[in-house]
Structures are given as C-alpha cells and as structure tokens.
Design a protein around this ligand. Sequence first.
Ligand code: ZN
Ligand code: ZN
Length: 257
Amino acid sequence: MLRELYRALLDVLFPSFCGVCGSFLFLEHRAVACKECWEREFKRYEGKKCRVCGHPLELLPGSKELCLRCLKEKRKFAFDGVFYYTLYEGLPEVAIRELKFEKYRLVAYEIGREIASNLKGVISRVGANLVVPVPLHRSTLKERGFNQSEEILKGARVPFSPLLEKPFKGEKQSTADFLKRRENVKGLFRVRNAAELIGKTVLLFDDVFTTGATADEISRLLKKSGAEKVFVYTVAYTPLKLLTKEKAGNLVGFGKG
Ligand SMILES: [Zn+2]
Ligand SMILES: [Zn+2]
C-alpha cells in the first residue's frame, strides 16, 4: 500500500509518458510504456530461425533452416543454438536502451516478467544445468550500478550462476563486422570457477544478440573450461538489416558492456 502511494506520488512529481503512444503514465503501467502498448508491442518473435546463428529466416531467407550467410559462408559458432524472445526494434529497443543508458532499473523486472515463461521453457528444452549471465567490466558496472542481464533474470525469477568475469574492457565495438568484433572480444572474459562447469549444459544469457562475436567467444571459453554444451538466450536479436553502424557501436549488449 505504502509502495503504491509512493509510486503515485512519484508519478505526479515526475510525470512520464508512454514510449509508444505518448499517453501520461499513471499507476498501472509497465515502466516505459502503458500497459496496452507494452502488451501489444513487446511481442514474441515466433517465426523460423536459422539453426546456426538464430537469424530470423523471414528477414534473411536461405534454405534448409539456414540463413543466407550461414549457408554461403558455412559459418560455425562455438555455441550450440540461439534463442531469443523478440527483435531489437520498436518498444523492446526503447526499453533496453532506457534500462542500460538511462539506468532505469525497473525496466529489467518488466522485461524479466515478460520473458519468464519462454525462458523457463528454453531452459527445460535444452536441459540447461546452469544459467550464466554475460558479465560487465567493473568500470561499466560502476557507471551503470547494475548488470542488466542479472536484473532481468531476477525479474524472471530464474536462478543464475555468475561464473564469468570480464577483467579487460576491450575496444568500443564500432563496427558491425563479425570478424573484427571477434578480434576485439578475444580474451576479454574469464571463468571464475571452472569446476562448476564440467559436463554441464550452460545457457548463456544476455540482453541483446548483435553479431554473435561475444557469444561465440564466451561459448568457446566455457567449453574449453569443461562445459559440454552452450546455448545462448537473449531478450532481443538484431537482424542484419537493423544492424546499423550506430547500433553496432553504441547500443548493443553482446559486444558492449
Ligand atoms: Zn501507450
Ligand atoms: Zn545463420
């Protein structure tokens, strides 16, 4: 009751508006959007996905469950599969930006609630023993005050194991080029307790999938440290057509932070 009053007071003192329809947000709303807009716009991607990189096939058609790039370049990654809830555009993009760059922490819990049942379904489908969030470098953590991936998992009420650390910061990812990004992220991460990984199936969790360079690097590290299988789950996936230079450089989870 007190919390509701407090929230109502905050709404009056600091009015905010729905990121989609612009209506005044009062009481019943989901962080950055009104309830109706959130439910309409934060939608699950339910189409077909490339079985190697997870790219939505309707946006990059190929054949035999492979996208054009994986087909042509015979791409291989260290992870065994990619899952995600939605595409990185519209409201999900606004919400994740607010969370990370405006440090609006409550957004994490709304996202967590949104993806919870899908995420739990994936965990049981792949038989994951551990959910491991992508870590932030301590300077990013200090600046932001929290690791958005961990906060989202808390919102989803999914237990996780922070088995990774990121002792090195790396260069800013200002290119969408997978090979360059892979070069940039090489050696940035470390496993804290390899003994816990032996023989395990890991679900690596992050907010956004961009080129897959970071996910690939971490998956390789996890396997080298004893993990049997590594699957990737992100809230949002950035399709190639949306992967502008700005997004690649400034926003996106896998790569930044
Ligand atoms: Zn709205
Ligand atoms: Zn692919």
